[in-house]
Design a protein around this ligand. Structure first.
Ligand code: NAD
Ligand code: MG
Length: 396
């Protein structure tokens, strides 16, 4: 590992961002916090800036920059404050940055993450939506620009740890891999009677039994769209086919995913459900360092169970798997539709079941087409959001 990594944390004020800073705070000899970015939580960003004294901070607007400066009140004189979408890309590709934690939620993460990839950074990827939106283009950019991509999503980080060290992208045969097993907790509604789904509230949907996360991924976990997005993410991260990836519900969230080999061996990565483990692994890879996570206590693990995800209960998972087979235009459309639908659900405009309705409608209406350029992907994303908004409007 390099002596000091110069870190840019995109989405520092979120769940992953805060966990990253928590890990980094115990390893100041190895990491220098060079840049922090945040969107709405300006006072939280101000606290982080005062603690970590980064060279740069990025906020969305000039107004937010002014508010941040007032909050800092000369407590971080060496931090330059930038604003706007271009500033996010500029900071992610800044020549002094070695490592970028990509932890913005949703499609907003795509451009800055791609900027980091195109400038050959070490990219720690939490923002799964960027791969769902632009899979092949993103992965091609990684190899073209010599970036190092390390998965932070706990399942993909687990698989990364269970793969052979010399695993070659897309070559499962040489490594004797049979398939990947993505584990899912099943979320807060794994046993909820089906006739109660229409009346669940955003607060109930956000109350994940095992993981503490941002709002959007919490809703995606409740609908299992999160596992659908992760299915697509796994396909692109490891270069495998849909038939090579299986999903299994494991309600205890102790096994974070597995790799099954042709000789019958199954390698699993386990630990307490705490994102600081994959974050610390990604930061220190190929070495190991402490994360602050409590060691797993096997004497306290009373149950280890597994079940198939039911398509009636979790239709979004199967929709995403089908979109993956239909290709880039379908996964871009699905990601866009789902972001709009989740936002509408959080604002109480639609009910929980209607998230799936919006997603279905958008996939039905958007043509399956070849999307190979960034412009094409962004236009397809915009068109899908427009359709999703019209469907939501009709439902309201
Ligand atoms: P979060 O909502 O807690 O935080 C999101 C961060 O993105 C915040 O810092 C916010 O200010 C910033 N942001 C939001 N909209 C923005 C915009 N338009 N422009 C710039 N910045 C913006 O989300 P999270 O739970 O930390 O998740 C972040 C990403 O990591 C998501 O893609 C999620 O799927 C992924 N992920 C999260 C977890 C988890 O445990 N939280 C686990 C695996 C993967
Ligand atoms: Mg995950």
């Amino acid at each position: 590992m390099q002596v000091t990594q110069n870190l840019c944390i995109l989405g520092a004020t979120g769940s992953i961002g805060c966990n990253t800073l928590n890990v980094v705070a115990n390893h100041t000899d190895k990491f220098n916090v060079f840049a922090l970015t945040g969107n709405a939580q300006i006072s939280k960003l101000a606290e982080q800036i005062i603690q970590f004294q980064p060279s740069f901070a990025v906020v969305p607007t000039e107004r937010a920059a002014k508010a941040l400066k007032e909050l800092l009140n000369s407590q971080a004189n060496s931090t330059e404050i930038l604003f706007g979408k271009q500033a996010l890309c500029d900071i992610a590709s800044h020549e002094d940055v070695t490592t970028v934690m990509s932890a913005i939620v949703g499609a907003a993460g795509l451009m800055p993450t791609l900027a980091a990839v195109k400038s050959g950074k070490r990219v720690l990827l939490a923002n799964k939506e960027s791969l769902v939106m632009s899979g092949e283009l993103f992965i091609n950019a990684v190899s073209e620009h010599g970036a190092v991509l390390i998965p932070i999503d706990s399942e993909h980080n687990a698989i990364f740890q269970c793969l052979p060290h010399d695993f070659t992208y897309a070559d499962k045969a040489s490594s004797g891999i049979s398939h990947l097993l993505l584990t899912a907790s099943g979320g807060p509604f794994r046993t909820l009677p089906l006739n109660e789904f229409a009346s669940v509230t955003p607060a109930q949907a956000c109350a994940h039994p095992n993981w503490s996360m941002g709002q959007k991924i919490s809703i995606d976990s409740a609908s299992m769209m999160n596992k659908g997005l992760e299915f697509i993410e796994a396909k692109w991260l490891f270069g495998l086919n849909e038939d090579d990836i299986k999903v299994v519900i494991h309600p205890q969230s102790t096994i974070h995913s597995m790799v099954q080999y042709v000789d019958g061996s199954v390698l699993a990565q386990m630990g307490n459900p705490d994102m600081r483990t994959p974050i610390a692994h990604g930061l220190s890879y190929p070495e190991r360092m402490t994360s602050g996570v409590q060691p797993l206590d096997f004497s306290a693990l009373h149950n280890f169970s597994f079940e198939e995800p039911c398509s009636e209960r979790f239709p979004n998972l199967y929709l995403a798997m089908q979109a993956s087979r239909d290709g880039q235009s379908a996964t871009t459309a699905l990601n866009a539709a789902n972001e709009q639908a989740v936002e509408a659900f959080l604002q109480n405009k639609i009910n929980f079941l209607q998230i799936n309705h919006v997603n279905n409608e958008v996939l039905d209406k958007m043509p399956i087409q070849n999307l190979s350029s960034l412009e094409g992907i962004l236009a397809h994303d915009k068109h899908s959001r427009d359709i999703a908004n019209a469907v939501i409007q009709n439902l309201c």
